[in-house]
Design a protein around this ligand. Structure first.
Ligand code: BGC
Length: 467
């Protein structure tokens, strides 16, 4: 497929009564839905971010903790996430999107409370796996659900609420780690996630099932009721039902994903997922303090710079939400990834010139570049990946295909996490950042050729164009 721009929305577009401005005519119910479900994103960000600080204090309860132990506590979440992303895709097609998110919230509560009260180190390891299952499940079920409930004109912004919540979760975890570090209270660091987990569960009880899923189950009158609730008053609900019916069929099996017309979409999702991770975002998000410390920054300065990076990640996600339904997905994705490549080459250059320990000016250049890199990710590949995988798949394969893309994302995240420090030793800081910069350029070339523009189209219009 070499589609770059899909056709314009067929007039009159079902979302055409909506103004571009999020606040205006979009039904409050749908914004509320996005906000509640995005708590899943908050938990995703918090639980992946909190561990870096908590690791420092585990020895106060469990005695000496080796590097391998630390990798277990960190990495098992990622393995659990692959399992969660796999299971929830199947389940979301089978029993619906809402029960999957409710179940996920339940697993979150169980996992974070278990982690906070862990009697032994091994119990904690198991609980990190359990939290991972919930994180992986939330990572795909939340964008899936929001994209199916959102009106087309603001779908990009509403689905990207999830990425905003995610980045806010990461930042919150850095701040919590920082403020609890004086009391070494690692249990509270983990345990605080109970609050959003309970809120997600309770909030989700008030939400309805996805109208698209209801139609695929033949539950037309239920779908009608949901649409009446989440669309503005003068919206043509019957028209939308007909539109969904015209494309929605029984959920496909995994085997059917191998059919050539569907396979190309599955490959696109997987490539986006892998590029999102191998261009290095989590090495920066999670190892920036270590890198900065090695480069000559003091402890406090490294942590502060890290909070700054986290804040830019949140801020630029807000900018992305504002722009994504106006300028489209491709512009943000391409310009953001070019920005990442440039910033990575500059970091590589500073390490190449200055060695692994940087002088004053070089340190500043490196930090500014890391900030530019993170901001560029936050405006492009960060939100756009999760959004696109919720948009490009036909309804009947959406759950399973999103699940495959999410598994690829978590798998690539895992591989990068376990190889990054080895890579630094093997090919030096300069070499590692140069490699990530080159991978970003490869990503730009791939996105340029393969990623379609989905702005403003209904999911059904996208489906007709893509298959
Ligand atoms: C990625 C995560 C990453 C986060 C950073 C997400 O889109 O999937 O792996 O940690 O962005 O903001």
């Amino acid at each position: 497929m070499s589609v770059q721009t899909l056709g314009q929305p067929t007039a009159p577009s079902r979302g055409s009564e909506l103004h571009d401005d999020l606040g205006e005519l979009v039904s409050r119910a749908v914004v509320w839905t996005a906000a509640i479900t995005a708590l899943g994103g908050l938990l995703f960000g918090y639980d992946t971010g909190v561990v870096s600080g908590a690791l420092l204090f585990l020895h106060t309860s469990f005695g000496p903790i080796s590097s391998f132990d630390k990798e277990l506590v960190t990495g098992l979440l990622l393995v659990g996430a692959m399992v969660g992303a796999f299971g929830s895709g199947k389940l979301a097609d089978l029993i619906g999107r809402r029960p999957v998110i409710l179940f996920t919230a339940g697993v979150f509560v169980l996992g974070v409370l278990g982690a906070a009260f862990s009697p032994t180190f091994w119990f904690l390891v198991v609980m990190r796996f359990v939290i991972g299952v919930a994180v992986g499940s939330a990572s795909m079920a939340v964008p899936l659900y929001i994209s199916e409930v959102a009106p087309p004109r603001v779908r990009g912004a509403l689905v990207s609420f999830n990425q905003l919540a995610l980045t806010t979760g990461i930042l919150a975890s850095f701040l919590v780690d920082y403020s609890l570090s004086s009391s070494a209270d690692w249990r509270l660091m983990f345990g605080l996630a109970t609050i959003p987990a309970v809120l997600l569960f309770v909030g989700m009880l008030t939400q309805a099932e996805s109208p698209v899923w209801l139609v695929t189950q033949g539950r037309i009158s239920d779908a009608r009721k949901v649409l009446a609730r989440v669309r503005s008053k003068d919206h043509d609900v019957e028209g939308e039902i007909q539109d969904i019916r015209s494309v929605a069929e029984r959920a496909a099996t995994y085997r059917e994903l191998l059919r050539p017309d569907v396979r190309k979409l599955v490959v696109l999702g997987v490539m986006l997922a892998v590029f999102q991770q191998i261009t290095g975002i989590n090495t920066v998000i999670y190892y920036a303090p270590t890198l900065l410390h090695q480069a000559g920054f003091g402890n406090a300065a490294s942590l502060l710079a890290n909070v700054g990076i986290g804040a830019v990640n949140v801020g630029m996600t807000v900018v992305a939400i504002w722009l994504i339904d106006k300028v489209g997905r491709r512009v943000l994705l391409l310009s953001g990834t070019v920005g990442m490549a440039i910033a990575l080459f500059v970091v590589a250059g500073t390490f190449a010139l200055g060695g692994n320990t940087l002088g004053h000016t070089a340190s500043i250049v490196a930090v500014v570049s890391l900030v530019v890199y993170t901001g560029s990710f936050a405006i492009g590949l960060g939100p756009v990946f999760w959004l696109l995988i919720s948009e490009i798949y036909p309804a009947r394969i959406r759950g399973k295909s999103m699940s495959i893309a999410s598994i690829a994302n978590w798998g690539a995240n895992f591989v990068v996490a376990v190889t990054f420090l080895t890579l630094l030793n093997a090919i030096s800081n300069a070499g590692t950042f140069f490699l990530m910069g080159s991978l970003s350029l490869a990503a730009v070339a791939y996105f340029w050729r393969k990623v379609p523009e989905t702005k403003g189209l209904t999911l059904e219009e996208i489906e007709r164009e893509m298959t």
